[in-house]
Write a protein that binds this ligand. Structure first.
Ligand SMILES: [Zn+2]
Length: 471
């Protein structure tokens, strides 16, 4: 079955055809490490995790590169604001380098808590300064740059189809960029490749360059590191939809101007997570929620957020509320109980069941449909080992840690402090039911009831409770 992905370049679903057969090179724009990632950022990384897992499930050898922005990202994403890293440093009274190290670790921890597969390469902007300077040199040699009093700029008028990714009229892109009011820019959409350190001000992060002491423009790192770490294997580039009009548009312009080659063939973008009232969650809006304050501190399983994210297609806006999260947690727990009730025999999922699942994930990562296929199977007449086999197989993509459900269930059983005798009878009865030996199952039910326990068979399997004799 082919894999189809929605490409922002063509505005349609396209069949994925990698540069090297059977392999997939992916670059995902990473965090700016001046603060914790918020759930909106993490929703984007989750969709990328679904992509990586889907490719791996389909048998592709995946190489994923993620940058860590630890310099040069200015507030407002443009060329005039304050460096976010220096801002974080001032806020916390620690060096920009300490801030970067601390929030990089915090980010990796969040990735872990949400059961995301770590990229094959994490690369820091500050570790790749010579590569970035080289790229500016190439652009300079080809006549795409000019120097102003505050830096080296890319002349967007010299790059044909500058609006190719945004699909917006150039005039509209220019209007959007005009807020910066930099009179030295030739075109409002021009962007900095290298910024000079302000005169009379010592920056914490600055480097020598052929043009003067300074630091790279934010977009430059992703071009330099895509080219360096993926080489020719530049298949898919991902980010949030807020990257389309400026960051990714500029990455394409500077990379293709420098190399004369197609930068990436497939551009995938995840939609926002909105909080009540339809506002996007963003650090600049001061309404951002983190794994710590929205999940861990509230004793909500972080995987509940992953589960909620699976229920909305990545290109559709998703609504955040604590209530939605708690509902997702209940849904996930119910799923765990259903899995636990299947016993521990893992069988083969039938091809038919698998086909439907693969059809969903290969249709532009349609995870809501993929989840519904799982639930359909759990409700079906399929033998329990086959159901369990299917669930664990699908979990390679879903990443809900379904295998943990079995031990989880055992823990709950212990909490009830069931006598060994009852536990044995329950296990025997579960086996009888698996074997469809209803007579034996009914006899065992009588035995259990005689020991003082009420037994019900729900969608989540056998449930027991003590009979209250005082009633
Ligand atoms: Zn980027």
């Amino acid at each position: 079955m082919e894999l189809f992905l929605y490409n922002t370049l063509s505005l349609q679903k396209e069949k994925f055809e990698p540069i090297k057969s059977g392999e997939a090179g992916i670059y995902t724009c990473g965090p700016t490490v001046y603060n914790y990632a918020h759930l909106g950022n993490l929703r984007t990384y989750l969709f990328q995790d679904f992509l990586v897992r889907t490719l791996a499930y389909k048998g592709y050898k995946v190489k994923r590169v993620m940058n860590i922005t630890d310099v040069g990202h200015l507030s407002g994403d443009g060329d005039m604001g304050e460096d976010k890293m220096e801002k974080g440093s001032a806020r916390e009274g620690r060096s920009a380098w300490d801030i970067a190290a601390y929030y990089t670790d915090a980010f990796k921890e969040d990735m872990d808590l949400l059961n995301m597969i770590a990229p094959d390469v994490y690369c820091r902007a500050t570790d790749n300064i010579p590569e970035q300077i080289d790229l500016v040199k190439q652009l300079e040699a080809k006549g795409f740059t000019y120097v102003t009093s505050d830096g080296v700029y890319f002349d967007t008028a010299k790059f044909p189809d500058y609006n190719r990714l945004s699909h917006l009229p150039l005039e509209e892109l220019r209007e959007g960029a005009r807020v910066e009011k930099n009179p030295e820019k030739k075109n409002p959409t021009d962007f900095s490749l290298w910024k000079f350190s302000p005169i009379g001000e010592k920056r914490q992060m600055e480097w020598e360059s052929p043009w003067g002491l300074g630091f790279p423009g934010w977009h430059l790192e992703c071009s330099a590191m895509s080219l360096k770490y993926l080489g020719e294997q530049r298949d898919i580039h991902c980010g949030g939809i807020d990257h389309i009009n400026v960051h990714h548009t500029n990455e394409i312009a500077q990379s293709e101007a420098a190399t004369g080659e197609t930068f990436f063939r497939y551009w995938l973008h995840g939609a926002f997570l909105n909080i009540a009232g339809g506002k996007k969650m963003a650090k600049s809006e001061n309404n951002y929620l983190t794994v710590a304050n929205a999940l861990v501190n509230k004793e909500i399983n972080p995987l509940a957020f992953r589960y909620a994210t699976l229920q909305v297609h990545y290109r559709k806006p998703m609504d955040y509320s604590e209530n939605n999260l708690r509902q997702a947690e209940q849904g996930l727990n119910s799923l765990y109980r259903q899995i636990a009730a299947l016993g521990s025999d893992i069988g083969e999922a039938g091809a038919g069941a698998k086909d439907e699942f693969v059809e969903a994930i290969t249709d532009d990562l349609n995870m809501p449909v993929a989840l519904s296929v799982l639930f359909k199977i759990l409700k079906s007449e399929m033998p329990m080992p086959a159901k369990l086999g299917a669930a664990l197989d699908f979990d390679r993509v879903l990443g809900l840690n379904l295998a943990s459900a079995i031990s989880r269930f055992e823990e709950t059983a212990q909490k009830l402090e069931l006598p060994e005798e009852v536990k044995c009878l329950l296990a025997a009865r579960q086996k009888a039911r698996q074997e469809k030996d209803w007579e034996k199952a009914d006899a065992l039910r009588v035995d259990i009831t005689n020991l003082g326990y009420n037994l019900t068979d729900g969608p989540e399997g056998q449930q027991v409770e003590l009979i209250n004799h005082e009633e």
